[in-house]
Design a protein around this ligand. Sequence first.
Ligand SMILES: NC(=O)c1ccc[n+]([C@@H]2O[C@H](COP(=O)([O-])OP(=O)(O)OC[C@H]3O[C@@H](n4cnc5c(N)ncnc54)[C@H](O)[C@@H]3O)[C@@H](O)[C@H]2O)c1
Length: 268
Amino acid sequence: MTSQLMAGKRGLIMGLANDKSIAWGIARALSDAGAELAFSYQGDALKKRVDPLAASLGSALVLPCDVGDEASIDALFDSLKAEWGTMDFIVHAIGFSDKNELRGRYVDTSRQNFLTSMDISVFSFTAVVKRAAAMMTEGGSALTLTYYGAEKVMPHYNVMGVAKAALEASVRYMAEDLGKDGIRVNAISAGTIKTLAASGIGDFRLIMKWNEYNAPLRRTVTQEEVGKSALYLLSDLGSAVTGEVLHVDAGYHVVGMKAVDAPDVTKE
Ligand SMILES: NC(=O)c1ccc[n+]([C@@H]2O[C@H](COP(=O)([O-])OP(=O)(O)OC[C@H]3O[C@@H](n4cnc5c(N)ncnc54)[C@H](O)[C@@H]3O)[C@@H](O)[C@H]2O)c1
């Protein structure tokens, strides 16, 4: 569908948990466009899900990495370096917060969960981009996933909203740091998609419905659609785009008030 935009390009996909993951939509779009992919997964429980998905895209490079652990990140990049030497792109589709704090008030966030959420959802992108950039000898492109809750208050998003705001700021700082080396750093702010991580957010079904009724396109978005925009940012199509947060959300972020014709949503 997208020709061979990524032919001859190699990159790492982090954050694939199952076939509902946003990382999966991105991986398929990149693979369809001719990219060679490696995958990292968190913990043995996920390996059995990630292995067959990777194999279906012709990738045998499936490596463990817990981004909360520096040694684990180093081991991942040591393996990639040994296998590939250089790389062209990296996709970071990782976020984490204690789901007990993804309901109720932000102001009640615990210190420990604040630090964990920032570590796994923000610092990890910086940590992996630094190592990936060292392998991007011909320039490259890095991409992370964010959400509108970084910009505006969304119900229950709480500490993740604060973390995503920091993640978006880190995109801009790394764009500047790495631009001189021909390395671009961007984020996609995805609309709500039903995934494992999203199921931890309180009233997620209700938030999905609200988006569907009120987004300009009057629908939510799919993993495939995020994948197509990721392909744009990671390929030569996005060659002059860096430090950007691209909304792939059916336009929801431009709306200021409930659409006049939209039904209301109520908790069951
Ligand atoms: N689903 C949505 O509605 C939505 C909207 C906007 C942004 N996002 C973002 O998209 C990204 C991907 O999430 P998803 O919705 O596809 O859910 P997902 O559950 O499929 O993916 C989340 C991934 O994070 C990984 N992860 C968590 N802690 C980790 C750790 N310590 N080390 C390594 N990996 C770790 C998990 O293993 C999992 O693969 C996240 O950053 C999320 O915040 C999701």
